[in-house]
Design a binder for this molecule. Structure first.
Ligand code: HEC
Length: 139
């Protein structure tokens, strides 16, 4: 019985010690953003010039004309703007909010095929942090 109580006590302590992991910061946040942008988000499929071999990563997220278009008339943006360094006119906070809601700072929404992303706050921060590290080419 004594042993059982001891074990129960320590198991209880263990459960209390389990806390949410600390929020990612700095380099770790940027590394997660790199993974989300280049491995999951597909941002390069539209925002990076396309070649027969895939997105031209020497101009990553510098903006591109899309290689696909709808065959019927629907709202559609044929060009994806440059977002390397952060989208023009957005603060970091506004970019993070955009990635969580799909709404621009003025409340309007970009046209299709830009997806309305619903990243959680940490992932939105990671995507913004990573994209803001990318140098913007002068047009
Ligand atoms: C399927 C194509 C596609 C994908 C994938 C895509 N975008 Fe876009 N994005 C667009 C297009 C097209 C526009 C321009 C929309 C317009 O002009 O109305 C746009 C616009 C934007 C804008 C500008 C919004 C504004 O204020 O006009 C931001 C920021 C953006 N995209 C970020 C991203 C990020 C970050 C990712 C990846 C996580 C991503 N996009 C993935 C096509 C895409």
């Amino acid at each position: 019985m004594k042993t059982f109580l001891f074990a129960a006590f320590f198991l209880g302590l263990g459960a209390c010690a389990q806390q949410a992991p600390a929020p990612l910061q700095g380099e770790a946040l940027v590394t997660r953003g790199d993974y989300l942008v280049n491995g999951i988000g597909g941002c390069n499929d539209c925002h990076t010039p396309m070649t027969p071999q895939g997105p031209d990563m020497s101009h990553a997220l510098q903006g591109a004309t899309l290689i696909v278009a709808p065959t019927i008339e629907i709202p559609w943006a044929p060009v994806a703007p440059a977002i390397a360094g952060g989208p023009a006119g957005y603060t970091n906070e506004q970019f993070v909010a955009f990635l969580q809601t799909g709404a621009r700072p003025n409340g309007s929404h970009p046209r299709p095929p830009m997806p309305a992303f619903r990243f959680n706050e940490e992932d939105a921060r990671a995507v913004a942090a990573y994209i803001e590290t990318l140098p913007r080419e002068t047009p």
